[in-house]
Design a protein around this ligand. Structure first.
Ligand SMILES: NC(=O)c1ccc[n+]([C@@H]2O[C@H](COP(=O)([O-])OP(=O)(O)OC[C@H]3O[C@@H](n4cnc5c(N)ncnc54)[C@H](OP(=O)(O)O)[C@@H]3O)[C@@H](O)[C@H]2O)c1
Length: 327
């Protein structure tokens, strides 16, 4: 398969490329907007700004991939809230342009979306058909992008939603995120980083942040997205981890799996500076995101990792990385 990936230096994109190349033997082309990957790479880089419609169309026409996985996105919530037109152009505009280019060239398109299309306040378990209810501009743009694709006649597409992604960045390892955020992703990274150096991991627990979600190891989410790339189904798929858990439970599980001292984990209120940044900008954060992944598991032929399975696999990746650093 010839695969075109956007956002290839990102956490998700770098994991998609690694599996596609090293495990599946696919030919990979990756768009590049920011800094290039470190070290030698065995794939083609295609410098591309997601705001440049002509360049996007030319790229898809030139490379003629079988599938595009569109994972490039902005993640900085305050930037998106402050510069809405620019953010819309990058997020929704690029998705529309890529979709047109894919349709014109008979290419399948996988759009990477998020559980943040929901507010996390629904009493029932969500599924792929649940009505979206975003509480911030990022979620609005992801929902709008999903809608653009489903309204486009003749497009071979699927939406793969991710959630709470953590893991290693294989393109630019120094970009691996070791900080805690109001979102759910990166929390295991933060806990491992703190506890392995004997420091307290102060885990935020509050109503104003994402307290429950489906933790997803980036390489596991990448595997589900690659399955979706090979699949012929259309519509929405929940490609995130199969189990939901709270922040504090996830932190404790991380300590257990990594054989670290869980007494160093402390539940604390959200950092007031971070909370204020969000409140001042009027940015809502989904509270408790709980969803079914059954239908996607059936369609794609495997159940994604539960929380413990993801953490065990993360530990293996982390140890391989450390061994390579210490060589
Ligand atoms: N992280 C999570 O917890 C999470 C949860 C749910 C869904 N998702 C979704 O998963 C996808 C990947 O997220 P991630 O965590 O891997 O993000 P990330 O590490 O920040 O990577 C995003 C990538 O997007 C590209 N990009 C950013 N701005 C761009 C621009 N103006 N033009 C072109 N490319 C641009 C960059 O790649 P290049 O420089 O290589 O082009 C960047 O590395 C996103 O669609 C995100 O919404 C993430």
């Amino acid at each position: 398969m010839r695969l075109y990936v956007t956002g290839g230096t990102g956490l998700v994109g770098s994991n998609i490329i690694r599996l596609a190349q090293e495990r599946d033997g696919h030919e990979v082309i990756a768009s590049l907007f920011g800094a290039p990957p470190e070290g030698s790479i065995g794939y083609t880089l295609d410098p591309l700004d997601m705001r440049d419609e002509d360049a996007i169309r030319a790229s898809i026409k030139n490379f003629k991939p079988d599938v595009v996985i569109h994972s490039a996105a902005l993640l900085d919530q305050t930037m998106m809230a402050a510069q809405r037109s620019l953010a819309w152009e990058i997020m929704v505009g690029s998705t529309r342009t890529l979709a047109h280019a894919c349709r014109e060239n008979g290419v399948r398109m996988i759009f990477v979306s998020t559980d943040w299309v929901f507010d996390g306040r629904a009493p029932e378990l969500l599924d792929e058909d649940s009505p979206p209810f975003p509480v911030n501009f990022y979620g609005v743009m992801k929902m709008a992008s999903e809608r653009e694709l489903s309204a486009m006649d003749g497009l071979n597409f699927a939406v793969g939603r991710l959630a709470g992604v953590y893991g290693l960045n294989y393109a630019i390892p120094s970009l691996t995120r070791w900080q805690q955020g109001v979102g759910f992703g990166d929390l295991p990274n933060y806990v491992v980083e703190r506890l392995s150096s004997g420091r307290v991991a102060a885990v935020w627990v509050a109503e104003s942040i994402n307290d429950v979600a489906h933790p997803t190891l980036a390489s596991d989410g990448a595997d589900m997205l690659l399955r979706l790339a090979r699949h012929d189904g259309s519509g929405i798929f929940h490609c995130f981890g199969s189990e939901f858990t709270s922040r504090i439970e996830l932190a404790r599980k991380t300590a257990e799996v990594f054989d670290l001292d869980r007494s160093l984990i402390a539940a604390v209120p959200t950092d007031p500076l971070v909370a204020r940044e969000y409140t001042d900008a009027g940015i809502g954060v989904p509270f408790r995101l709980r969803s079914s992944t059954e239908r996607t598991a059936q369609a794609l032929g495997r159940k994604s990792f539960n929380a413990a399975e993801g953490l065990v696999a993360f530990r293996q990746e982390w140890e391989v990385r450390n061994a390579a650093i210490n060589c």
